[in-house]
Design a protein around this ligand. Structure first.
Ligand SMILES: Cc1ncc(COP(=O)(O)O)c(C=O)c1O
Length: 404
């Protein structure tokens, strides 16, 4: 049986054994409900409080600005809908063309309910421009939601510039808020909510070597959100529902580890990733590296293999024990090329470039590295990738590609 190699850490990460160790007691002896007044409840409550400090520390916030949620999707929903529920009915939202579906589909839904949404374009580098944001602001704009780092190509967005711009607008008396989805960025690059100047920031535990089903929303002190999970008075009335104490403890410990290890881990991952890219560039012709090569997360590489169907390559690699991902969603049997790769350069491409653009989106593969990957994993990938690409290209109708 071959060794399986996991290069899909942006989809999710394995739970770190140190995180498992921290959460275990809260599944067994220390099982209390954090809202109970008795000893068991108080034990659970102090564990949740500790985790709140650990999460806050990772993003430079105050602990009481952290609300625990069920994950990144809920954090984004709470941020966006929570603000809009407190805003006039036809308010305007500005977001980008490359947001994760947990923001993009929320905005689509709000549009159906009468809100107006502007999607900022990205350029060839996969980054939004402040000038476009400035031009999109209207008198009705109440929320700007721009991700800190993109999940498919890893590009870092100019969140600090946006934060400063929003602060200046507020200083002029505008009621306008800035949310950023930092689900992919947290733990990979330093995040500080004060430096970003955001009002709301989403994170998710399972991208950080903690379990699935827990996340957090940072809510700047003074920002009023309408709760979306209405029930008990947990999370100071901002999110009803019994806290998942073991998951929260795990999340806290994972944030603590991320804060301790980020500098060395990110530099190691960057070296591995850059090595992978330069070797792929030497070995395989007709490829495109998607997104800015500098302003991006250290662990993501997104490469389009021209004249290759990304899903086919994914399956081919999987059969050889290597897990990667495509940006595309396979729904109802149709393969939809990645909207993120399609959006790259949509500002500059002429209509004649359409085919080329489509081919690039269809052939995009995301390699996302993580804590458990080694140089041997990359070597193994490089043993199989060139042949897989070559074989798929031979099957691709009407395309001739030089071999290298
Ligand atoms: C950028 C981004 N936002 C939000 C999410 C959703 O997070 P969760 O899976 O915790 O709901 C993801 C997950 O892939 C993501 O990459």
């Amino acid at each position: 049986m071959f060794r399986r190699i996991y290069l899909d850490n942006s989809a999710t990460t394995p739970v770190d054994p140190r995180v498992v160790e921290a959460m275990m007691p809260y599944l067994t002896e220390q099982f209390g409900n954090a809202s109970s007044i008795h000893y068991f409840g108080q034990q659970a409550k102090s564990a949740v409080d500790k985790a709140r400090h650990q999460v806050a520390h990772l993003i430079g916030s105050r602990p009481n600005e952290i609300v625990f949620t069920s994950g990144g999707t809920e954090s984004n929903n709470l941020a966006i809908k929570g603000i809009l529920d407190n805003s006039p009915p036809n308010s305007h939202i500005i977001t980008s063309a490359i947001e994760h579906s947990a923001v993009a589909n929320v905005c689509d839904d709000l549009e159906k309910h009468g809100y107006r949404v502007t999607l900022l374009p990205v350029y060839e580098d996969g980054i939004v421009r402040l000038e476009d944001l400035k031009a999109a602001i209207t008198d009705d704009t109440v929320l700007i939601s721009i991700m800190t780092a993109n999940n498919e190509i890893g590009t870092l967005q100019p969140v600090e510039e946006i934060g400063k711009f929003v602060k200046d607008l507020r200083a002029d008396g505008r009621k306008i808020w800035f949310h950023t989805d930092a689900v992919q960025a947290a733990g990979k690059v330093p995040i500080n909510v004060e430096e970003i100047g955001c009002d709301l920031l989403s994170i998710s535990a399972h991208k950080l070597y903690a379990p699935k089903g827990v996340g957090a929303l940072y809510i700047r002190r003074g920002v009023r959100l309408h709760p979306q999970n209405i029930g008990g008075h947990q999370e100071r009335d901002r999110r009803g529902g019994t806290e998942s104490v073991p998951n929260i403890v795990a999340f806290g410990r994972a944030c603590e580890l991320a804060a301790e290890q980020m500098a060395t881990e990110s530099s190691d991952l960057r070296k591995l990733r850059d090595g992978l890219e330069s070797r792929v560039g030497e070995m395989i012709p007709d490829i495109v590296f998607n997104g800015d090569r500098d302003r991006r997360l250290p662990n993501i590489s997104n490469i389009s293999f021209r004249s290759v169907e990304g899903e086919g390559l994914l399956i081919n690699l999987d059969m050889q024990g290597i897990a990667v991902s495509t940006g595309s969603a396979c729904s109802s049997g149709t393969l939809e090329p990645s909207p993120v790769i399609r959006a790259l350069g949509s500002q500059t491409l002429s209509s004649a470039a359409g085919d080329d653009d489509e081919d690039r989106a269809r052939g995009a593969i995301r390699f996302s590295l993580g804590r458990t990957n080694t140089a041997a994993d990359i070597e193994r990938l490089l043993e199989v990738l060139p042949t897989s690409v070559e074989n798929l290209r031979k099957l691709s109708p009407g395309k001739t590609v030089a071999t290298k």
